[in-house]
Ligand binder design. Structure first.
Ligand code: NAP
Ligand code: MG
Length: 479
């Protein structure tokens, strides 16, 4: 298949579409490599050293990888560079975690016995990755699975396999043995589906839409593979009148427009206290209109292209459905034609105000540069509006009142709560969803634990206390 840059229509890559047989061969290779022990029984400190060498090779190739990422996703180069730096950080962090894989010991079980709990690699892992952050999401999975001693089959998104292929090649150069890391490009409905059904995979880690996660769970239902899901979101950002409002304006813009809104953790719902709502929305609108849309290779560009023509249409249809349901279009809402670029799939940064909580734009993931706004009066109202969604990935609150900040941190039903920041994270901080946003945790120690399974040694010490008493033999009657 050919991949064209959605920000200018130019060819960026040509990739193989793998078949079901290819998927089976990749799994067989990963299974053989796992069972051989070449990776799973290597000293974990040596695995860690190889991961650190891999991170260094990614660093040496950072600009080349960022160019691929920007071209395939149609994202601004400034963001793509940050993504590759994120991949480096995650790979280094996973390498250091490998140094510290350990189980647990329980002394004096029943008084005399010894219990030892080992942490073993879970086995063969399938990693299915979406198109919005191809390098980062690959790196939230693959280095952690490798650190644990697993072998892996990766299925990148069909439209954006470039950085996954290149980083996997660098893993070989860094010393990951052949067969340990396998990558197949192709369609989710073909090879992704096969990975979900495959009996030889021990864990499938999926990042993508909630809808596809249900298809995967159904396809996997005749096996007992572990399923890790990182899914969609509909994050709320709550702004109080006691916040630093200049910081909040920048934070809200960054939260919703970063990566042109194609971000699972985007703060797409703004909940603003009614005392400041009009002024706050006006300020957001004037700043949103200043954002630069267009050439993704220009360092100054803020907003890139939608991933595909059909996705662009879907985003614009959402905006229409919002105004049809009574929302006010404050800014944007249209396709943007950028001078000098013929085939760019650009949407203007958009704000809808006075959005009803029951409307589709408030409830459904739009995955584009669209902010929907509602107002609240009381704290209770803000909490209930924020939690009024099937999703629970990340929410944020802007306030200088510490009691309020902590209270909201506790009350918001999501795996991440930002306080006076947005779209933030770090390799050591676990990440994942509540509710329909998923069941897994990536990054942090939790991100390693996903790929480990425990085994218990129960070691009896000293003489056995018989369970059955020895009885005198019953004389048999002689004939
Ligand atoms: P998607 O359509 O669900 O696809 C994700 C991956 O699954 C792709 O590699 C896709 O392959 C594959 N796939 C599709 N159908 C499949 C099937 N039946 N069986 C197995 N695999 C299948 O999601 P997307 O459009 O790429 O990404 C956007 C979604 O990802 C949004 O909902 C976003 O919120 C979510 N996301 C979540 C996180 C998180 O960490 N929670 C992070 C980023 C994105 P193809 O490319 O061939 O379709
Ligand atoms: Mg898809």
């Amino acid at each position: 298949m050919d991949r064209r840059n959605p920000a200018n229509g130019l060819l960026t890559g040509r990739y193989a579409l793998a078949s079901v047989d290819d998927a089976d061969r990749a799994v067989a290779g990963a299974r053989e490599a796992f069972d051989s022990g070449v990776w799973s029984t290597m000293a974990s400190i040596d695995r860690g050293r190889i991961l650190l060498a891999w991170a260094e090779l990614i660093r040496l190739n950072k600009e080349r990888l960022a160019q691929i990422e920007a071209a395939e996703v149609g994202k601004p180069i400034r963001i793509a560079r940050g993504d590759i730096q994120g991949a480096i950080d995650l790979t280094q962090y996973a390498g250091t975690l490998a140094f510290d894989i350990h189980g647990d010991a329980f002394d004096h079980v029943h008084g005399t016995d010894l219990g030892v709990v080992l942490k073993e690699p879970i086995g063969v892992v399938a990693a299915i990755v979406p198109w919005n952050f191809p390098a980062i999401i690959y790196s939230q999975k693959v280095p952690f699975a490798l650190a644990a001693g697993c072998t892996v089959v990766v299925k990148p998104a069909e439209m954006t396999p470039g950085t996954a292929l290149e980083m996997s090649r660098l893993a070989l150069d860094a010393g990951v043995p052949p067969g340990v890391l396998n990558i197949i490009t192709g369609e989710g409905s073909v090879v992704g589906q096969r990975l979900a059904e495959h009996p030889d995979i021990d864990l499938l880690s999926f990042t993508g839409s909630t809808k596809v996660s249900h298809d995967i769970a159904a396809a996997a239902s005749t096996t007992h593979k572990h399923l890790s899901f990182e899914l969609g979101g509909k994050g709320a950002t709550i702004v109080f009148d006691d916040a630093n409002l200049d910081d909040a304006v920048d934070g809200v813009l960054f939260g919703v427009y970063f990566n042109q809104g194609e971000t699972c953790i985007a703060g797409t719902r703004l909940l603003v206290q009614d005392t400041i709502a009009d002024a706050f929305v006006a300020q957001l609108a004037s700043r949103a209109a200043e954002l630069r849309v267009g050439d993704v290779f220009d360092d100054e560009t803020d907003i890139g292209a939608m991933i595909s023509e059909s996705h662009l249409k879907k985003v614009l249809e959402y905006v229409e459905s919002g105004t049809a349901a009574g929302a006010t279009l404050v800014t944007g809402g249209t396709r943007v034609n950028v001078e000098g670029i013929e085939d760019g799939l650009f949407v203007a940064p958009t704000i809808l105000d006075h959005v009803a909580a029951a409307s589709r734009v408030f409830q459904e993931e739009i995955f584009g540069p669209v902010l929907v706004t509602a107002r609240f009066t009381t704290d209770e109202e803000a909490i209930s509006l924020a939690n009024d969604t099937v999703y629970g990935l990340a929410n944020g609150v802007w306030t200088k009142n510490v009691d309020r900040a902590i209270r909201f941190g506790r009350a918001l039903r999501s795996g991440t709560v930002w306080i006076n920041t947005s779209n933030d994270g770090a390799p050591q901080l676990p990440f994942g969803g509540y509710k329909e946003s998923g069941n897994a945790r990536e990054k942090g120690r939790a991100g390693l634990e996903e790929y480990l399974v425990s085994k218990t040694f129960h070691i009896h010490v000293g003489p056995r206390t018989p369970f059955y008493s020895t009885r005198a033999a019953v004389p048999t009657e002689s004939a």
